[in-house]
Write a protein that binds this ligand. Structure first.
Ligand SMILES: Cc1ncc(COP(=O)(O)O)c(C=O)c1O
Length: 370
């Protein structure tokens, strides 16, 4: 019998459902923002500055724009020294070299692809700014330990290197660090957060920092054509995501640990990290994507289990595993019982779970510690 269970993500509303939701949560008195001004946007920006422990905030259409703006300010302030970021940062692998092509900024890649940046990676690196990503999305949402992070930040402070946080998924870090958001984000000179990933809202981002920094960002936002005539649907959606979805994130993180246990009880498959640091992790398969992907499709179409997005070649983690996929645990997984998940994996892998003690994680893994 067809089951219809989905593991990753949450339900995406249709455009009509989205508009109905926005109409429900907007108040009758509210007026739209104009070119970044007005109560609607100002109130939300203030709320976000407080939430993230900074003096000021500005709403921007995308994270790509927000981060290039933040880094451009530091680059100009610091004699055009190179920027530093992780080899798998969004700037390096997903933005077509925007920082270089649009702003003629140069960069140095810091650390190694399969792990997070730690202090030794920064020795003798003279940078305009360091961009640090929490969690590091492309390697399974891993986090540095709190002390590793503090060491990086202390070193940069000593060297007068501003640190910008790529916090696209910062919401997911509080359980692991057992600290509120502002404790984490206020350690950084500036922070970008996103509303359309785990929080499941419309596109849009917030950049926070000192009042002086945000004043400069607003000038660059205008130069980028980013202070749109109005952004009220995106702001109302972001506000609603903060109210309704953000409180559920710790539950997503706890569920991710349970789901990973079920996955790790099978052979030929494992999660990275073994115990997820956030609600996101990678799933690694012994077999290649060409073998796994048709099976995933059949599992969905024939048996009604959408367990994983299609896999691709595993390039950076344990080389005993040929393919990988990213899993974000959100609403769907809360309604996918462990027994059904185990059944779906039995079909996928044509095996029974071995229920051996959990293996240690892939080779490149450093044991999660706090
Ligand atoms: C880690 C990270 N940084 C930055 C971005 C850019 O965000 P946006 O799509 O809003 O430009 C993304 C988007 O996926 C991301 O995953």
């Amino acid at each position: 019998m067809k089951k219809n269970y989905t593991l990753p993500g949450s339900k995406r509303l249709t455009p009509k459902e989205t508009l109905e939701h926005l109409a429900k949560v907007a108040s009758v008195e509210e007026r739209q923002d104009f070119y970044g001004g007005g109560k609607l946007i100002a109130d939300f920006e203030n709320e976000m500055a407080t939430l993230l422990g900074h003096e000021a905030a500005v709403f921007m259409p995308s994270g790509t724009m927000a981060q290039q703006i933040a880094l451009k300010i530091y680059f100009d302030q610091n004699d055009s020294k190179p920027l530093g970021f992780h080899p798998l940062s969004h700037l390096e692998i997903h933005e077509q070299g925007g920082y270089e092509k649009l702003h003629s900024m140069s960069s140095i890649l810091i650390g190694e692809p399969h792990r997070v940046i730690t202090k030794p990676d920064l020795i003798k690196k003279d940078l305009s700014a360091l961009l640090y990503e929490l969690p590091q999305r492309e390697i399974g949402g891993v986090l540095p330990t709190w002390s590793e992070l503090r060491e990086v930040l202390a070193h940069c402070k000593e060297q007068e290197i501003p640190v910008h946080l790529d916090g696209a998924r910062l919401w997911e870090c509080t359980s692991y660090y057992n600290r509120p958001l502002d404790d984490i984000s206020s350690e950084f000179d500036s922070v970008y957060v996103s509303f359309y990933k785990t929080l499941n809202g419309l596109p849009g981002s917030i950049l926070t920092g000192s009042s002086e920094f945000i004043k400069k960002s607003k000038v660059w936002l205008r130069r980028h054509g980013g202070n749109l005539f109005t952004q009220f649907p995106n702001i109302i959606s972001a506000r609603s995501a903060i109210q309704d979805t953000l409180p559920k994130v710790p539950e997503y993180c706890a569920r991710a640990i349970e789901v990973a246990k079920v996955i790790n009880s099978f052979e030929g498959i494992c999660t990275y990290p073994e115990v997820p640091h956030t609600n996101m992790f990678h799933v690694l398969f012994k077999e290649a994507a060409e073998v796994i992907n048709p099976r995933l499709k059949e599992l969905d179409v024939k048996h009604g289990f959408y367990v994983f997005h299609p896999t691709s070649k595993n390039e950076y983690l344990d080389d005993n595993f040929q393919s990988k996929t990213e899993v974000s645990i959100c609403d769907h997984a809360l309604h996918f019982p462990d027994e059904e998940l185990a059944k779906s994996l039995e079909i996928l892998l044509s095996k029974q779970p071995h229920f051996a003690p959990l293996r240690s994680g892939p080779k490149a893994a450093s044991k999660p510690s706090r």
